[in-house]
Write a protein that binds this ligand. Structure first.
Ligand code: SF4
Ligand code: SF4
Length: 491
């Protein structure tokens, strides 16, 4: 690697967030890259994310190693000095491939990060075993950056219970030993979850990764999360800068508007320039899966070029247009909470409805739902409609909750481990009067279009809700809950 200037040379400041223009010098420069100061380090403003490496046969676990190594080589040559992997990426194979790829470079010439897989709660209590294995897989003696991965509602109690699981204390011990250089966290959870986490560990967190892009800035509380991190002077690492590729292609009218502001600028550049406009952002991680896409990303980082205020406003407007029609206008006023006989967290359900509805799936909402006791999940909603009477936004809450339940059911099932998860869902649905396992599956019920209430045929139990005293015939609540709006007189 002769000719490549070392990236970790000292800069005369310890200010964590100072952006430093740093010229990449190589005998064969492919591009310039600008660097952000992080203490005494210089981190390439764009990091190589190894969560979407090229694969063979469409199999996520089967990384196309040759192509992945080629990507790493070109990224390194272009000045990227930060590489990010994780225990779970590519079914555990990302760490192995990244270990092989980076082994060919001097260890001090790049920064490597990986993560404790707290998204799977069965990993709590195994931090030592996992950490040792990670070092082995990555063929390294230390990690420059190490994350407590994916702090969410599902695992926050375990992360906080250090007396029992020793996750945090073990990792701090590794830091003292120099096997972790910097410790931080990533968070997909709510603001409240992030606050709880930082109340306990905030003083020890040296960086925090959030999902940030101009769409999530308002849509998924990213702006508030920036505020929380800023108040603690924690530098921001960004995940999903392009929202899983959604921001790489914008609606035609949006593009026309942007063209008027900066002719010839592509959607990807707009997305990255937006992030470059936020001074706390120190590292932007982008999953690299294809050479031309990667080079296009890299080119945007030849300079830091924050956007003008009117440009940011335009992007926000476009983002709003992209989500409108797919989301509900819940303002999280919480008026509905006191009216729910099941004490369900309706504002959170609405937020997750928006997330799932817009993305068409994903794991974030499924993880949230799994974190709830069964009687607090969307499936526990009985469709009574009390919440809707007080919702100032006029949201048809029970319908949306039902849709959220249907949209997340598959992922919840898969993440719960097949039948085990399905049984849990079944028992949630069939608790109380709904105990008939022989009934058709719920998705079928939604599709069959029969709509109206299915009259009881002697196998079910009597309706105990307000409709029954009003003289409606007995009926099966499962069907009724799904279609209650179409049952004349039912409330
Ligand atoms: S419709 Fe569902 S969410 Fe609304 S008050 Fe009734 S049980 Fe609660
Ligand atoms: S009352 Fe409506 S707007 Fe307010 S939190 Fe509940 S669902 Fe959201």
């Amino acid at each position: 690697m002769a000719g490549i200037r070392r990236f970790e040379e000292r800069i005369p400041t310890s200010i964590k967030m100072q952006h430093v223009r740093y010229q990449y010098i190589s005998t064969k420069p492919l591009t310039n890259m600008y660097y952000n100061g992080y203490g005494s380090l210089k981190l390439s403003a764009l990091g190589f994310g190894a969560m979407r490496l090229p694969v063979k046969n469409g199999n996520d676990a089967e990384i196309d190693e040759e192509e992945a190594l080629r990507l790493v080589d070109e990224a390194y040559k272009a000045g990227i000095n930060y590489f990010d992997t994780a225990w779970g990426y590519h079914a555990g194979n990302s760490e192995i491939v990244m270990g092989k790829a980076l082994k060919r470079y001097p260890r001090e010439s790049f920064f490597l990060s990986t993560k404790f897989p707290g998204y799977d709660v069965s990993n709590f209590g195994k931090v030592e075993e996992i950490f040792e294995k990670q070092l082995e897989k990555c063929q390294t003696e230390y990690f420059d950056f190490y994350f407590l991965h994916n702090v969410t509602e599902l695992n926050i109690d375990r992360y906080l219970d250090d007396d029992r699981y020793h996750t945090f204390s073990y990792l701090m011990e590794q830091k003292r030993k120099g096997r972790i250089r910097h410790l931080g966290f990533s968070c997909h959870g709510s603001l409240e979850t992030m606050r709880r986490f930082l109340e306990k560990y905030g003083d020890s967190m040296e960086f925090g990764m959030i999902q940030l892009n101009y769409l999530d800035y308002e849509f998924q509380d990213a702006r508030e999360k920036i505020g929380i991190l800023r108040s603690r002077s924690i530098p921001i690492w960004v995940m999903e800068p392009l929202r899983g590729g959604l921001l790489a292609k914008l609606p035609e009218d949006g593009m026309k508007e942007l063209e008027g502001l900066r002719p010839g600028v592509k959607p990807v550049e707009w997305a990255f320039r937006f992030l470059q406009s936020i001074p706390d952002v120190t590292m932007i991680l982008s999953g690299m899966s294809e050479m031309s896409q990667m080079m296009e990303n890299i080119r945007v980082f030849d300079r830091r070029e924050p956007l003008e205020e009117n440009e940011v406003e335009t992007l926000k407007r476009i983002a709003k247009g992209m989500v409108s029609g797919k989301i509900v206008p819940c303002t999280s006023c919480k008026y509905c909470l006191a009216h729910c006989p099941k004490a369900l967290d309706i504002p959170s359900f609405m937020s997750h409805y928006n997330e799932t509805s817009f993305t068409g799936g994903g794991f974030i909402s499924a993880m949230y739902i799994m974190s709830l006791p069964e009687d607090k999940r969307p499936s526990a909603c009985v469709g009574c409609g009390s919440c809707e009477k007080v919702c100032p936004q006029g949201i048809r809450i029970s319908e949306k909750i039902e849709e959220l339940d249907a949209m997340t059911a598959g992922t919840v099932k898969a993440m719960s481990g097949g039948r085990r998860g399905l049984r849990r869902r079944d028992s949630a649905r069939t608790s109380g009067p709904f105990r008939k396992r022989s009934e058709p599956p719920l998705p079928g019920m939604l599709r069959d279009g029969q709509g109206a209430v299915r009259l009881q045929d002697g196998r079910g139990e009597r309706c105990s809700r307000s409709c029954q005293p009003r003289g409606l015939p007995d009926h099966d609540h499962r069907y009724e809950r799904l279609h209650w709006r179409r049952v004349p007189g039912h409330r």
